[in-house]
Design a protein around this ligand. Structure first.
Ligand SMILES: NC(=O)c1ccc[n+]([C@@H]2O[C@H](COP(=O)([O-])OP(=O)(O)OC[C@H]3O[C@@H](n4cnc5c(N)ncnc54)[C@H](O)[C@@H]3O)[C@@H](O)[C@H]2O)c1
Ligand SMILES: [Zn+2]
Ligand SMILES: [Zn+2]
Length: 374
């Protein structure tokens, strides 16, 4: 079938995107769903920094590619072999498909699925190959989803069925920002009631972590960003203390305010500078968790003696160490009960035509989540 999609034809592309237009709205051919795949009508797709990192070259991926991985939609046609989804079912996309039987999958860590991540790296679906093409030439899928399009063919292994009738533009946020941010707090860091938390980097992912920390019963929630606007929003969402990362004395000031540092330092900015800050403000014996995706060539320097003699833990968190089939329904229930006000993260919406302007807003920190609605 013919679909309209936002295609990235080259990378890196420099801002301002309203002028350079890295994403071109084009007509593509979408093949029918293969075995274990589903044709989905995309209803909402959020703009995440991980999409922006493909555009600006920080996270190189093969082009041409249809970006977009934080999304919600409706099943149009379950392909052969899909017997547990029906036309009209509401689904949320997960950006790592899980095969269900590789070593990480079998130990309950689907974010690390080996064939899933390998397919993502090749720009293919986990079933192999590409279902998107332009004038007979294949177009790459973005981490199994490619949601900046009217329709998508997606593996069943990338989909979570949602029973709750929540608006699509809210549902989409659960697929990446909420899964990553709340999951990092409750699954990776395992924050317990009464512990103190600091979040460095307050975009959709970091503010989700902040909401997760509040829901988990953190005693202190320190929020850190370079933008004063983000600090103001963080206070509205439950931060107990806010600090600007540009302040040259920021580390000393946070340590003084928290009697030596926080139990959990979380890095959600995607930069080594932010990770270093999160590490420095974690107390002796505490845990630093990083979910931001810094450029692959960047590295962190740390003194191992400090790790040893101060019994520190440094952890990475991918897809919030979540089991999406378990955690998406849980997090939605928390949202419905008012414990996780995810709707506060939705700052603006547009059609596909507003996508380049939306990425300018994300790059300049003017939006938390801009969502494309279709
Ligand atoms: N681990 C995962 O599974 C996963 C999933 C989604 C996104 N990510 C990554 O998480 C990061 C955040 O994504 P997002 O969509 O929330 O991004 P965003 O652009 O909306 O937010 C990033 C925030 O970090 C702030 N920031 C930048 N440098 C900083 C510094 N040195 N100190 C303090 N704050 C700083 C920015 O001002 C901004 O508010 C990105 O790197 C993204 O690629 C990871
Ligand atoms: Zn994302
Ligand atoms: Zn697997």
């Amino acid at each position: 079938m013919k679909i309209r999609a936002a295609v990235l034809n080259a990378s890196p592309v420099a801002a301002p995107y309203a002028q350079t237009k890295p994403l071109a709205i084009e007509e593509l051919e979408l093949a029918p769903p293969g075995h274990g795949e589903v044709l989905v009508r995309i209803r909402a797709a959020g703009l995440c920094h991980s999409d922006l990192s493909v555009i600006d070259g920080n996270r190189p991926r093969p082009v041409p590619m249809v970006l977009g991985h934080e999304a919600a939609g409706e099943v149009v046609e379950p392909g052969p072999g899909v017997d547990n989804l029906e036309k009209g079912d509401r689904v949320i996309m997960v950006f790592v498909p899980s095969c269900g039987h590789c070593a990480p999958c079998s130990e309950g860590r689907p974010a690390l699925c080996e064939p899933g991540n390998a397919a993502n790296g090749r720009g293919e679906l986990i079933g192999g190959g590409k279902r998107l093409s332009a004038n007979g030439k294949p177009v790459n899928h973005h981490i199994g989803v490619s949601a900046f399009a009217e329709h998508a063919v997606i593996s069943r292994r990338s989909l979570v069925k949602v029973e709750a009738e929540i608006p699509h533009e809210i549902a989409a946020l659960f697929g990446c920002a909420v899964l990553t941010g709340v999951g990092a707090v409750v699954n990776t860091a395992k924050v317990r009631a009464g512990e103190s938390v600091a979040v460095v980097g307050l975009g959709g992912v970091g503010l989700s972590a902040l909401l997760g920390a509040a829901a988990a019963g953190a005693s202190r929630i320190v929020a850190v960003d370079l933008a004063e606007d983000k600090l103001r929003i963080a206070r509205e969402l439950g931060a107990t203390d806010t600090f600007n990362a540009a302040d040259p004395d920021v580390i000393d000031r946070i340590k003084a305010a928290t009697r030596g540092g926080v139990d959990h330092g979380l890095e959600m900015a995607g930069s080594v500078k932010a990770l270093d800050l999160a590490y420095q403000i974690t107390r002796r014996g505490g845990t630093t968790t990083t979910a931001g995706l810094a450029a692959p060539s960047h590295s962190l320097s740390l003194a191992p003696v400090k790790l040893v003699a101060e019994e520190r833990t440094l952890k990475g968190s991918y897809v919030g160490s979540c089991i999406p089939l378990r955690d998406i329904p849980r997090f939605i229930e928390l949202y419905q009960r008012g414990k996780l006000p995810v709707d506060k993260l939705l700052t603006s919406t547009s059609g596909l035509d507003g996508i380049n302007e939306g990425f300018d807003a994300l790059a300049e920190g003017r939006t938390i989540r801009h969502v494309i609605v279709m």
